[in-house]
Design a protein around this ligand. Structure first.
Ligand SMILES: Cc1cc2nc3c(=O)[nH]c(=O)nc-3n(C[C@H](O)[C@H](O)[C@H](O)COP(=O)(O)OP(=O)(O)OC[C@H]3O[C@@H](n4cnc5c(N)ncnc54)[C@H](O)[C@@H]3O)c2cc1C
Length: 491
């Protein structure tokens, strides 16, 4: 008889694990706290506008192809490569820089500020590419049972990369480029990891390689939520049952096995195997009461910034905006030094803007635009009260209106705001941290919460805060790693 797996959480991690496990004949059931699938990769429909709630692009598009290929189905997603990859607006500079993958085209953007850019970038990205290819399979895409295995894996990485562990990303950029703007643009990826370029080791320049050389950035025809809809459709065809508005709050165990989990209404969910897609660190603390993940221990960990997100529908079109835009200030070092620990809303916010109606006109009524604004802010350990959310949203909208010459406030037709508190409440994100545990060297690979429980022999984890880490393609890789664990232990 097919073994039964209960997956807690219908985020991308849970959904892609379900797809892989059903391919191996497992019977899967999914319980989800939210009213619909997707987790952070969710959708909001309001006043005739449709918004992707979280992710708006991804790198390593081939990981989605791998997922569908593994599961023996045709890839149902129509993926579009973004060109330009993104645009960057600096305060006080009238025109944005458009960031192209073609280096000769990008060199023209930087002609006035970075002489010989193309030669310098080729050299920088070649080195970043070597780190990527020297670690992708031997370090990132694999499970670890213990630290010794990890140490052994590290010895297979060429020693020439060692200095990059001890040098910051910013220092590496300083060795390669002169222009402050070029260095700032190349260093933005550090914030995705939960750190600043001044503290992030230079090995992570491999992310510049993934965005600018390797596979670029992609989105989905019809909106990012199509990823969820298509996987969910396949799962329903395979007989997977979904139970929404169902939050797991406690565990029932016998010796070293989980017997069942109990939801908020007292219903017990039995299974042979359990996979948790909720945050792998916070779940161990709040549901399993593990001392190593107590409130105090969780608070001592490094977490990524929290999202302050605005979903804005406007009448009219904002000129010159591309799919993927950064609006930055002119005080980058000061911003980096403070942003993770501010106890108030930032006075000069840095933010990211995505207008998906540019490539998916169906997301907004005729003549209108749907605008998603993401301003990374400190998590709730530092700023807990967001009563000033409307005021802060208006600060961002005024700034963006001045910089684009389009009055967003005057033309506003609909607006929804999610604060870090909303993100925490919706998806059980630790203190609202948007991407989960940070990726400092002390919190990656064998040092990240494992995808197999330390004590229970039938409990596993998938998603942003377990291995390999956060971001859509990385979570999809994580679904393969946890499937390998389950097959190894139970097949
Ligand atoms: C605003 C924002 C923008 C982002 N932008 C990008 C981007 O552009 N590109 C990119 O690659 N990544 C982006 N990310 C990161 C990306 O969204 C995540 O890495 C990824 O979606 C995580 O998927 P997951 O399956 O690990 O977790 P989740 O999406 O959080 O799914 C976990 C699910 O488990 C459920 N759950 C938790 N606890 C319980 C419980 N006790 N009982 C029942 N259900 C439970 C939650 O409700 C949730 O649905 C962004 C994240 C945010 C917040």
């Amino acid at each position: 008889m097919a073994k039964k797996v209960l997956i807690i959480g219908a985020g991308l991690g849970g959904l892609s694990t379900a797809l892989r496990l059903t391919t191996h004949g497992y019977e899967v059931e999914i319980v989800e706290k939210h009213h619909q699938a997707g987790g952070r990769l969710n959708q909001l429909k309001k006043d005739g506008f449709t918004f992707d709630v979280g992710p708006s692009f991804f790198s390593m598009s081939y990981e989605f192809s791998e997922l569908f290929n593994y599961c023996k189905v045709e890839n149902p997603l129509q993926m579009n490569e973004l060109d330009p990859v993104y645009s960057v607006y600096f305060a006080g500079k009238e025109k944005p820089y458009h960031i192209y993958k073609e280096l000769d085209k990008l060199a023209r953007e930087f002609a006035a500020i970075e002489p010989h850019f193309e030669t310098k970038a080729k050299k920088y990205l070649a080195k970043a590419g070597q780190i990527f290819h020297d670690t992708e399979h031997v370090i990132i895409k694999r499970n670890y049972d213990n630290l010794i295995q990890y140490a052994l894996a590290l010895t297979s990485v060429p020693v020439k990369h060692t200095p990059l562990l001890f040098r910051s990303m910013w220092k590496e950029l300083e060795r390669n480029f002169d222009s402050e703007h070029v260095k700032v643009i190349f260093s933005l990826v550090a914030f995705f990891l939960g750190s600043t370029p001044f503290d992030t080791p230079a090995v992570y320049s491999l992310l510049n390689y993934t965005e600018l050389k390797h596979d670029g950035y992609w989105n989905i025809n019809g909106g990012m939520y199509k990823i969820v809809e298509e996987i969910q459709k396949l799962l329903i065809e395979r007989g997977v049952k979904f139970h929404f508005n169902t939050e797991i709050i406690s565990v029932n165990k016998e010796n070293d096995s989980v017997i069942s989990f109990t939801d908020k209404l007292g219903k017990e969910w039995h299974s042979d195997i359990f996979v948790c897609n909720g945050d792998a660190a916070a779940f161990r603390g709040s549901i399993l009461n593990r001392k190593k993940f107590s409130e105090k221990k969780l608070a001592q960990k490094d977490w990524t910034l929290a999202p302050f997100t605005i979903y804005l529908g406007v009448k009219g079109k904002v000129k010159d905006l591309h799919h993927h835009n950064y609006f930055l200030g002119s005080n980058f070092k000061e911003y980096s030094d403070n942003i993770f620990k501010l106890t108030a809303a930032p006075e000069k916010p840095y933010y990211y803007v995505n207008v998906s109606s540019i490539s998916n006109p169906g997301c907004a009524p005729n003549g209108c635009e749907n605008i998603f604004i993401l301003c990374p802010v400190p998590d709730r350990r530092f700023k807990n009260n967001w009563e000033d959310k409307e005021k802060f949203a208006d600060t961002i909208l005024k700034d963006m209106s001045e910089r684009t010459g389009f009055d967003l406030i005057q033309n506003r037709m609909t607006q929804t705001i999610y604060t870090p508190e909303d993100w925490e409440t919706m998806f059980n994100l630790y203190k609202g941290s948007g991407l989960g545990l940070a990726h400092g060297l002390n919190q990656v690979a064998a040092m990240r919460p494992k995808n197999k429980d330390e004590h229970m022999n039938n409990l596993y984890y998938v998603g942003a805060s377990t291995v390999p880490g956060t971001g859509l393609p990385i979570v999809v890789i994580g679904s393969k790693l946890v499937t390998e664990r389950i097959l190894q232990d139970h097949d």
